[in-house]
Design a protein around this ligand. Structure first.
Ligand code: I3S
Length: 129
């Protein structure tokens, strides 16, 4: 994460631009709204910055038009999304204990495979802390 504000970075920190949409919030289905997000995995926290594609990182972002939110992975689950969830390729489905469901997608298969693995590991690692 070259543009993260607090080096040195722990090995558990991971960043990339991913396409993201919520599909469920507080247990209720919501309308899809795919957006390119600068995404950071930090321990059990997954942080999204909308309006932030292109890998400019935390710096140089448009403060007014960016919106940031994070989800806690503890107690959540991750899997490859089934075909009925999206017509896109390489889609990861993430469910949080707070009743949110998100889809994460990238055209880059290696990248999304990496994220699937990292999210699975984070959920296992932090499950009981
Ligand atoms: O699961 P859906 O409803 O087919 O998802 C598609 C729609 O959300 C569509 O937007 P509107 O129907 O609100 O105009 C999006 O543009 C598509 O990207 C959604 O489907 P995919 O298969 O791309 O996740």
């Amino acid at each position: 994460c070259p543009s993260s504000p607090k080096p040195p970075h722990s090995q558990s920190e991971k960043c990339a631009t991913l396409n993201m949409t919520k599909i469920t919030e507080n247990g209720k289905k919501v309308r899809k709204n795919w957006a390119s997000c600068w995404t950071v995995l930090q321990s059990s926290l997954l942080i999204f910055n909308k309006g932030q594609g292109g890998g400019s990182g935390w710096f140089g972002r448009d403060q007014k038009n960016s919106s940031e939110f994070s989800v806690d992975l503890r107690g959540g689950s991750v899997d490859w999304a089934s075909k009925d969830k999206s017509s896109k390729k390489h889609v990861v489905e993430l469910k949080t204990r707070q009743g949110m469901e998100l889809l994460l997608q990238s055209e880059n298969e290696n990248l999304i495979n990496d994220w699937h693995k990292a999210l699975t590991e984070a959920i296992h690692t932090y499950a009981w802390e």
